[in-house]
Design a protein around this ligand. Structure first.
Ligand code: HBI
Ligand code: FE
Length: 297
């Protein structure tokens, strides 16, 4: 790459040191990707496409095909946008990396999905702490072709903007957990069995296998307030996955007014990432084998 991401500073937060980037929208510098950048895309693309049939949900697999994403080259945002606009009215915008929440919410509320323009290095194939082009494009974009999921993402952005205006930090934390356990690490029940829809899972080789095959994690039926109370892991596979019955369930959950929900959630205790509660709809109770010590985010 000839161009470098414009990292502004590193800030220390309760989730560790997080890089802060310039927050504007940038043109995808497609002509500046090196041969090695395209090879990294190809390697990751091939690896995940081999793994995902029978693991990723039907909508993810079909829509990735419909978007004509392939291993041949890093996709052009422009080309993907023609499909996306026609299917759901969403569009991709290039960004430098993680965005402050208010900027991120504003994009989603206007049906724009921010995609990091740069791709990870060859020594980061298995793990990268922050979103890069592979995670954002491969992981997130296919489901934006699904009308119900697309509406959920917009509703989430609108909810985030409102939470910032009216409800404060606790509400934002609840929304971050909701995003984490659905958009990033969600599972869905399909006729043939549990399948992945979370972008953080489909873009990870190890977790694509672990989340479905391991007996260690809990798999629990989705419940909005339960999810909003649940802490999560940022440094390991999840201890708990929440399972939806369909994307309608997500959209329905976010259609209700969150105003009375936030105080209820704030009044209840936060749930550690690996805990199972009395009223949970438990699909599999995890063995807890190999779970890391240390505190949840
Ligand atoms: N910025 N580019 C980008 N991508 C994300 O997924 C993202 C973000 N900023 C904030 C954020 N996610 C989380 O705080 C979510 O809870 C919204
Ligand atoms: Fe993501």
């Amino acid at each position: 790459m000839n161009t470098q991401p414009r990292r502004v500073e590193n800030i220390a937060t309760d989730r560790g040191v997080i890089p802060m980037y310039a927050t504007g929208v940038v043109e995808q510098p497609w002509g500046s990707y090196s041969r090695s950048d395209h090879e990294i895309w190809a390697t990751l693309f091939r690896r995940q496409r081999e793994l995902l049939p029978g693991r990723a949900c039907a909508a993810f697999l079909a829509n990735q095909q419909a978007l004509a994403m392939s291993e041949d080259a890093i996709p052009r945002f422009d080309a993907l946008n023609r499909h996306l606009r026609a299917a759901t009215g969403w569009e991709l915008v290039g960004v430098e990396g993680l965005l402050p929440e208010e900027v991120f919410f504003d994009h989603l509320a206007h049906r724009r999905f921010p995609v990091t323009w740069w791709i990870r290095r060859a020594d980061q194939l298995d793990y990268i702490a922050e979103p890069d082009l592979f995670h954002d494009l491969f992981g997130h974009v296919p489901l934006l072709m699904n009308p119900v999921f697309a509406d959920y993402m917009q509703a989430y952005g609108q909810g985030g903007l409102r939470a910032q205006r009216e409800f404060g930090d606790e509400a934002l934390l609840n929304l971050t957990r909701l995003y984490w356990y659905t958009v990033e690490f969600g599972l869905i029940r399909e006729p043939a069995g549990l399948r992945i829809y979370g972008a953080g899972i489909v873009s990870s080789k190890g977790e694509s296998i672990y989340c479905l095959q391991s007996s260690a994690p809990n798999r629990i039926g989705f419940d909005l307030e339960r999810v909003m109370r649940t802490r999560y892991r940022i440094d390991s596979y999840q201890k708990t996955y929440f399972v939806i019955d369909g994307f309608e369930q997500l959209f329905e959950a976010t259609r209700q007014d969150f105003a009375p929900i936030y105080p209820r959630v704030a009044g209840a205790r936060a749930v550690p990432a690996g805990s199972v509660l009395a009223h949970d709809h438990v699909i599999n109770r995890g063995s807890g084998e190999g779970w890391p010590e240390g505190t949840d985010a």
